[in-house]
Design a protein around this ligand. Structure first.
Ligand code: AMP
Length: 410
């Protein structure tokens, strides 16, 4: 299968050649013809499957070949995404895939000044990538209009609902023309997402490229049992032992992220943090630093776990397990992308056993545990079973009053 077989125009083909994309990924092979034909789409595709090009390429083609010039403050394609990082990344992808096409694209998210976004919208945009909250701000201030909207893309729809955007989304949907193309991408399909899809989509083409809730196969995963207080020491040990290059590390709390970064910096290791308390420019700087390899270790909370598109990342470390089991799949989706192989290591302490059980139930696989010599925990990590439960050790029978214990060793 080649991209030319999918009916893409020469300009797009050339851009793909420049990027070195030789063959379409499965989601692209299915999505591109459907989107070109104007169909609605319901795609179960996680990050790393090439889904962004799956919708961006055919939409860029339709925008170039069809339709009127965009009028002032109007947008023709609206892509809604859950986070600022993903917004930047999707916008960048449109820029790369659509290089040299005569199209206007821009990105809008909160936490930065709204004025430059309003200025860009004045001349109208062919593609606007936005987070729901900021889009509504723009809409309420009449800075964006939807008369010319032809396609709505919901990227990582499950994440948008998880982050509590459902009211904002309803308000956006109410403002959009009924006659339009809608593309819904989601890593997982909860009942809520299915309900959303029945109200939004008309006779959609359904695409499922990777079985539900299954991590990409090429990722080698294991957990190392360790006492909580020794996790930083274990991380430094692994870094040296495996001679890891760049590592993306996930930590549960913002404070935990900062603490680990401080420990790494004190060891002379180039590390930076990305989490919700950091101002947007600092987050982007950290991400850029990591992408251009100035930063060796990027430590993040789950805010950053989706949407980070970093090429050839061989190593992800779960310093803490995620609270929401599905985030495990998204976190380790940073590695092993587009067929590359990767490693995902989880540092596992005793009180994380219930989180591990939930992950194992979701993925349908037991996470292999490999002890690390010298780091065996004092607090044993309980076993988990296939039904997502922590196996409790049988309690010792209580001694009755008057009974006495036979001293052992006699
Ligand atoms: P996505 O799932 O859209 O976040 O894409 C995952 C990664 O795969 C990105 O780094 C893309 O640049 C890359 N990619 C997407 N499509 C292809 C392709 N057909 N061939 C090679 N790499 C690709």
């Amino acid at each position: 299968m080649t991209f030319s077989k999918l009916g893409l125009i020469d300009q797009l083909q050339r851009n793909l050649d420049t990027l070195g994309y030789a063959t379409p990924t499965p989601v692209q092979a299915q999505a591109i013809p459907a989107v070109l034909a104007g169909r609605d789409l319901m795609a179960a595709a996680q990050t790393g499957t090439g889904k962004t090009a799956g919708f961006a390429l055919p939409l860029l083609q339709r925008l170039t070949m069809e339709g009127p010039q965009v009028s002032s403050n109007c947008v023709r394609v609206l892509v809604l995404v859950p986070t600022r990082e993903l917004a930047e990344q999707v916008h960048q992808a449109f820029g790369e895939y659509g290089a040299s096409l005569p199209l206007r694209t821009h990105v809008a998210y909160g936490g930065v000044s709204i004025n430059p976004q309003m200025m860009k919208l004045r001349k109208g945009l062919d593609v606007l990538v936005a987070t729901p909250g900021r889009l509504l701000d723009l809409y309420r201030q009449n800075a964006v209009k939807f008369e010319q909207l032809q396609t709505l893309v919901l990227d990582e729809a499950d994440r948008m609902l998880d982050l509590g955007f459902s009211r904002e989304l309803d308000e956006v949907f109410a403002a959009l023309p009924k006659q339009r193309q809608t593309l819904l991408f989601s890593a997982t399909f909860s009942d809520e997402i299915r309900a959303l899809s029945t109200t939004l989509l008309k006779d959609p083409v359904r695409i499922e490229v990777s079985p539900r809730n299954t991590p990409v196969k090429t990722i080698k995963q294991w957990a190392i049992p360790v006492d909580k207080k020794r996790k930083p020491e274990l991380f430094l040990h692994l870094l040296k032992k495996h001679r890891w290059g760049q590592v993306l590390v996930f930590v549960k709390t913002r404070r935990g992220v900062d603490e680990l970064v401080d420990i790494l910096l004190a060891q002379g290791i180039r590390a930076d943090a990305i989490h919700g308390d950091k101002p947007q420019p600092a987050r982007l700087r950290a991400l850029e630093g990591f992408k251009n390899r100035d930063v060796q270790i990027l430590v993040a909370t789950d805010v950053a776990s989706r949407g980070l598109d970093i090429d050839d990342l061989p190593q992800v470390v779960n310093f803490d397990l995620p609270i929401v089991a599905e985030d495990y799949i998204h976190r380790i989706g940073r590695t092993g992308r587009a067929g590359a192989s990767g490693m995902a290591v989880s540092l596992l302490c005793a009180d994380e056993a219930p989180l591990l059980a939930a992950i194992e139930m979701l993925t349908g696989q037991n996470l292999q545990r490999n002890a690390e010599q010298g780091f065996e925990p004092d607090h044993r990590v309980p076993e988990t079973n296939a039904s997502g439960q922590v196996v409790k050790k049988p309690k010792k029978p209580k001694l009755k009053a008057g009974a006495f214990r036979v001293p052992s060793g006699r």
